[in-house]
Design a protein around this ligand. Structure first.
Ligand SMILES: NC(=O)c1ccc[n+]([C@@H]2O[C@H](COP(=O)([O-])OP(=O)(O)OC[C@H]3O[C@@H](n4cnc5c(N)ncnc54)[C@H](O)[C@@H]3O)[C@@H](O)[C@H]2O)c1
Length: 259
């Protein structure tokens, strides 16, 4: 297996895309530390994932640097090193742009963008300390490029993540560390249920702009993360790859009658 014996850390992995990445990595022979702010969810995810010899958990809030440092430290303490960091934790809040408070702005940017920045820093410091090499994957979104007016803070955070990925890729290339991002379209997780599919009309609107005609599965994002983390992607750095069912290339709408 291409990722056999690598060590990975994943934030926001109690459910959804992060948990799917953990499952995929475990299936590929990776030792994994999963982290989440939701302690109960993390315990349940660990029980579901199994593989106690290859899996550890750390409760943590990515908006706090000390918690992200603790995640990296746990990977080193438990498995001796860190090869792959997945900065996946993220939140979305629906809000009219004129109503967004300073606290809400700080919350979303603090988790989605600052948290990923802490993850890049903490992982890169460890990767350099162990001699260089490694891959950092940031979980972006099609909203790095597209504009949904009700998700302004979310779009701003993912737009910033695009540049975080580019800048870190250039800065860390001399250390043989690749920094990439994955920008999913609509993936069927709790986040989509609560902030995108808020009505049947909203779901149909999304489908009218999704040539694949369906939402994506978390495993379909995890497989892209696994590819990017492997040496098969050894010449890819600084880029965001979009598993989006054709969303970004569409300058049109598609019929949704039977979907
Ligand atoms: N689902 C989609 O359609 C979609 C599309 C594009 C991008 N994404 C991105 O993928 C990532 C995962 O999304 P998901 O759909 O699996 O969402 P989700 O809501 O199902 O899971 C997110 C996880 O992050 C955790 N989390 C939230 N705040 C945290 C914090 N401060 N510190 C640590 N953990 C925290 C949550 O507890 C949860 O377990 C996010 O970055 C999201 O923006 C999702």
């Amino acid at each position: 297996m291409k990722l056999s014996d690598k060590v990975a850390a994943i934030t926001g992995a109690a459910r959804g895309i992060g948990k799917a990445c953990a499952k995929r990595f475990l299936d590929d022979g990776v030792k994994v530390v999963i982290s989440d702010v939701d302690a109960d969810g993390l315990t349940a995810a660990a029980a579901e994932l199994g593989r106690p010899e290859a899996l550890r958990t750390v409760v943590g809030n990515v908006a706090k640097r000390v918690d992200v440092d603790q995640l990296v430290a746990t990977a080193v303490k438990e498995f001796g090193r860190l090869d792959i960091m997945v900065n996946n934790a993220g939140v979305a809040r629906n809000r009219d742009i004129l109503e967004i408070t300073e606290e809400e702005f700080d919350e979303i940017i603090g988790i989605n963008l600052k948290g990923a920045f802490f993850g890049v820093q903490a992982a890169a410091k460890q990767m350099i300390a162990q001699g260089g090499g490694g891959v950092i994957v940031n979980m972006s979104s099609v909203n790095a490029l597209l504009a949904i007016p009700a998700l302004a803070t979310y779009a701003m955070s993912k737009g910033g993540m695009k540049q975080l990925t580019s800048v870190a890729a250039v800065a860390l290339a001399p250390h043989n560390i690749r920094v990439v991002a994955v920008g999913p379209g609509t993936i069927l997780t709790d986040m989509v249920a609560s902030s995108i599919y808020t009505s049947e009309e909203a779901r149909k609107t999304v489908m009218s702009r999704t040539p694949a005609g369906r939402g994506g599965e978390p495993s379909e994002v995890a497989s892209v993360v696994a590819f990017l983390a492997s040496d098969d992607a050894s010449y890819i750095t600084g880029q965001t790859i979009y598993p989006d069912g054709g969303r970004l290339i569409l300058n049109y709408t598609v019929p949704v009658k039977d979907k």
